[in-house]
Design a protein around this ligand. Structure first.
Ligand code: HEM
Length: 457
């Protein structure tokens, strides 16, 4: 039987020739990739089609960019795939066994425990705190002054996630967290390429960064455990975790380590992504003054200078479309990774157990079939009529299926309120005309600092 005659489910997708074993070929591949990661991957898709198979030393890797294939992996055949992908190993070293990295029954139990903190009802309570924190930033911003917008957004989103979910004021420690995150993002490649026991400089720096984050997380837990007035304790997510009993053993509470893994996951997943989405949004607005002008019109018309609230959000559709379009161009989670736990298939091709699968959200977001003139910033793409013209999963910044982002509503509420609050008073302008490039690390951060001058409106 020739390959063309095989039943579809046994056929092998096209792909590049196998990569050789060893550290040197791995490094060579990595350097090639890092010099222009998106161009490298795009070239492969252009050569082999929407789904290709790369034969790597540790097994087969299937790369996808088509929304139909995303649906198969995330929804229809979600049970065939787990998060035991090598790319997630470095993340697991930081996050431990939390909601983002766990699987199976353990994941289900965790999701049930954390979900009540993310209901719509909870959002309106969080919204007031989100605006309070943002107003504090607006008060500190001096008209005509200069800021590093990336740092400002990290600071603000960290304060918000700590206050809303853990009732914790992180204040001056945001500096340390930002530094630790930069170290971890920089060390990610070394962590993925070298064995865990090898004390490379990258690993030593990363371990120090993890220790620093740990000290903050354990401080949050300890403060709550030591609180003497139990009647005054807030009914927040942290308290839910501290009070939770283990479903297997009703007498045992979650250990500090289990609470730590959960907190670390929410602490990191809850600010890195949203802060990048906002930084890219400010950058794009400054480079597209016509879009910024329309944003100001919407804000002035709906809010007329007053502070925004949760109930205003449905009346601010353009504000939302701007953020959606910014996350299309720069999806903070630009790729999703899975491993096939059993023999399965994608797009009619067989995928043997143990294969690794990567879903290139970035490639689908920049695909001219779904988004004509893909590099242009056009928030109108997210109006209903335009959305109906393309597959639903062509835009997927929050993932999909049972493992979709638990914080989607939280992030969109927060980002809209931050944008609406600050854009009412300021029109931040870029200090340099040089383009800012994306740097794909754990998330899609701006490679250069986004320095902005705070022009008053
Ligand atoms: C713009 C902001 C955000 C983006 C783009 C984003 C993106 C994503 C994506 C793509 C996933 C799915 C990962 C996968 O399938 O492998 C995910 C999962 C997750 N996100 Fe977010 N996220 C954002 C904000 C947040 C916030 C604010 C929180 C919490 C406060 C959060 C917590 C989580 C958690 C815990 C998971 C794992 C859910 C599970 O597996 O059950 N995220 N996020």
């Amino acid at each position: 039987m020739t390959e063309a005659e095989w039943p579809a489910s046994q056929a092998v997708p096209p792909g590049p020739p196998p990569r050789k074993k060893g550290l040197v070929p791995a490094l060579r591949y990595y350097l090639h990739f890092i010099r222009g990661p998106f161009a490298f991957i795009r070239q492969r898709f252009d050569e082999y089609g929407d789904l290709y198979r790369a034969e790597n030393p540790d097994g087969a890797l299937y790369a996808l960019r088509h929304p139909d294939h995303f649906r198969e992996v995330l929804m229809t055949r979600a049970d065939d795939f787990s998060k035991k992908h090598t790319a997630l190993e470095s993340l697991t070293q930081v996050l431990g066994d939390g909601l983002l990295t766990s699987d199976g029954e353990n994941w289900k139990r965790q999701r049930r425990m954390v979900q009540p903190a993310f209901t719509r009802k909870r959002m309106s309570g969080y919204a007031a705190m989100m605006v309070d924190e943002t107003r504090a930033v607006a008060d500190e911003w001096h008209p005509g002054g200069e800021v590093d917008m990336g740092r400002e957004m990290v600071d603000l989103t960290l304060r918000i996630v700590c206050r809303t979910l853990f009732s914790y004021r992180i204040d001056h420690k945001t500096d340390q967290v930002a530094r630790a995150m930069r170290t971890l993002n920089g060390a990610q490649a070394t962590l993925n390429l070298t064995p865990e026991w090898l004390p490379t400089p990258g690993r030593i720096r990363a371990n120090r960064a993890i220790q620093l984050l740990d000290s903050i997380i354990y401080d949050i837990i300890e403060q709550r455990r030591n609180a003497t007035d139990t009647t005054a304790q807030p009914h927040d997510l942290l308290q839910r975790l501290v009070d939770a009993v283990d479903s297997e053993d009703r007498d045992s509470r979650l250990s500090d380590r289990e609470i730590r893994d959960q907190l670390m996951t929410l602490f990191l997943a809850g600010h890195e992504t949203t802060s990048h989405a906002l930084t890219w949004t400010w950058y794009l607005l400054a480079r597209n003054p016509d879009v910024e002008e329309k944003l100001h019109e919407e804000l002035d018309q709906v809010l007329a200078g007053r502070r925004p609230g949760y109930e205003d959000l449905p009346s601010l559709p353009y504000t939302e479309q701007i953020l959606q379009e910014a996350m299309r161009l720069y999806p903070p989670a630009y790729v999703l990774a899975r491993r096939a736990d059993r023999d399965t298939e994608i797009g009619g091709y067989s995928v043997p157990a143990g294969s690794e699968v990567v879903l290139w959200l970035y490639m689908s977001h920049h695909d001219a079939r779904w988004f004509p003139e893909p590099e242009a910033f056009q928030p109108e793409r997210f109006q209903d009529e335009a959305r109906e013209q393309r597959p639903k999963l062509a835009w997927l910044p929050f993932g999909g299926g049972p493992r979709a982002c638990i914080g989607q509503e939280f992030a969109m509420t927060e980002a809209r309120l931050i944008l609406a609050t600050l854009a009412q008073s300021f029109r931040p302008r870029l200090v340099s005309d040089d383009p800012v490039e994306p740097r794909p690390a754990i998330t899609l951060a701006p490679k250069q600092r986004v320095r902005m001058r705070l022009e008053p409106r």
